[in-house]
Design a protein around this ligand. Structure first.
Ligand code: MG
Length: 249
């Protein structure tokens, strides 16, 4: 029995070894089976450096804040100068006039060079997706605070993997992939929102699941909603923003 099995194996190996090698044409024909030729991705011309790619929607290029409004729908009251928009304390949050769901967002920000206060009082602002889910903006350069509230945290939900902060007065960048939550017909969360964040080019949030709308007090709880504006926070600190663009996903 054992001998006959061995013989079978030997015969099979011999047969395999004798299989004629593929011709060039046969090899290409077999390789073609796993080639996918459609759909062809649309062409996008990338921007130089941090400049927006050709298919981006520019929300602020240093000129006007026309793409933004205040809470009442009126003109955005922040200060535009030297290619940047700076929080004017008391003018309130800014909201995009357009509503968005899932996006790739690029935004640059700068906390005041003149360091005042500490912890959450130092260069605080924030980028809220769908008017609800905050990626924290804060001067986190040698400024201890609770880590789930430092720069690049998903506020009170996810601590950034590392602290990639530049110093006060320096421009910094976020490149963010935000995926909107999905709700089933019965109002349950079918798929939570997710966030991937690069801070100054360093991965700091890796596809984390958002627990619900950002809360200062208490646990977040999802509510069913559709597309909504992106909000920039007026936290009374004169934080500046520039070069804001997105691509809807
Ligand atoms: Mg904030």
């Amino acid at each position: 029995m054992r001998t006959s099995l061995l013989l079978l194996i030997v015969l099979a190996q011999a047969a395999a070894a004798q299989e004629a090698p593929l011709t060039r044409e046969e090899a290409y024909a077999r390789a073609a089976v796993t080639e996918v030729w459609e759909p062809v991705p649309p062409i996008v011309t990338p921007g130089a450096g941090n400049a927006p790619p050709s298919d981006a929607l520019v929300l602020f290029d240093g000129g006007s804040l026309d793409a933004w409004r205040n809470a009442d729908g009126g003109e955005a009251g922040w200060v535009v100068a030297d290619g940047a928009a700076t929080v004017k304390a008391g003018a309130g949050n800014l909201y995009t006039r357009q509503s968005f769901g899932s996006v790739q967002l690029h935004i640059e920000w700068r906390t005041p060079a003149n360091v005042e206060s500490e912890s959450q009082g130092r260069g605080n602002s924030g980028v809220f997706f769908m008017d609800r889910y905050e990626v924290q903006v804060l001067d986190s350069f040698a400024n201890p605070t609770y880590p789930n509230g430092q720069a690049a945290s998903v506020y009170k939900q996810h601590i950034p993997l590392v602290n990639a902060s530049r110093g006060p007065g320096e421009w910094q960048s976020y490149d963010i992939v935000f995926m909107a939550p999905e709700f089933s017909a019965n109002g349950r969360v079918a798929r939570p929102a997710t966030l991937t964040v690069f801070h100054n080019g360093v991965l700091v949030q890796n596809n984390v699941a958002v627990q619900g709308p950002t809360e200062f007090i208490g646990k977040p709880q999802y509510e069913v909603h559709g597309k909504a504006p992106i909000r920039l926070q007026d936290h009374s600190n004169p934080v500046s923003f520039r070069n804001i663009w997105l691509r809807e996903l």
